[in-house]
Design a protein around this ligand. Sequence first.
Ligand code: ADP
Length: 278
Amino acid sequence: LRGGKAKRGIPFTAESLTRVYLVTSGKGGVGKSTLTANLAVALAESGLRVGIVDADVHGFSIPGILGLVETDAATGVLRATRPTQVGEMILPPVAHGVKVISIGMFVEPGADGAGVAVAWRGPMLHRTIQQFLTDVYFGDLDVLLLDLPPGTGDVAISIGQLLPHAEVIVVTTPQPAAADVAERSALVARQTGQHVYGVIENMSGLPQPDGSVLELFGSGGGAEVARRLSSTGTDVPLLAQIPLSIALRSGGDTGEPVVLAHPEEPASLAIRAVADSL
Ligand code: ADP
């Protein structure tokens, strides 16, 4: 993939019928990749043609969450499934009906099974993302989801330039500190001309056997981000509050997304409601 030059244009223009959503967050570990993967699977299950571009360069985790991992023949360690190359086109692997391309599919696995750290600089990242959008054959898609790196770095700005009509979904936890950084990542997206579609609050509370809810990470972060973004631009709704869920977490560990494995889980119902609104 490296070093090549994109020869085609990006098919996901404002005129195309594909709806493009960038999933972003202020910081890592808030569940952005888990939600991106589960939203995609829920959309595919409802009959839509769905693709994911995992652009989270330093924290690519979509292949693992969707079970796109295999044993590397040379080293015997687990690594992301490789895409197939046909001429100049790259065919993305498919998991649970979703076409997926990830930076993780292009790095060599380290001896410990973790991907080798990606230390690419801005221009290389920009070219790689551009190639993901031009040389990967997704075919006609109804929805394309991009899993962005957390924060306000080079990749977010590159994607903002490459996909100016994309809608932004901001993921935050209920914590006030997380809400601050989440708001900043949305403001950067607005600076590159994108529309903020809505906010998802994740890890919103752990339902207890007695029916009460344990607010492990506090409360109010999602509503606060939505309120602040609404006060500085177009109205931004709080799309959902996804509860803490062991099934959701373990589904990400095993590659069996919770929306398929446990569709009646409160977390699955909340994710599906967001998918239906996209
Ligand atoms: P990010 O993409 O924001 O870095 P991840 O999607 O990788 O975050 O999630 C971080 C960790 O938190 C993962 O282990 C994931 O399984 C777990 N996780 C995410 N959302 C939830 C949730 N609602 N309940 C329980 N665990 C969650």
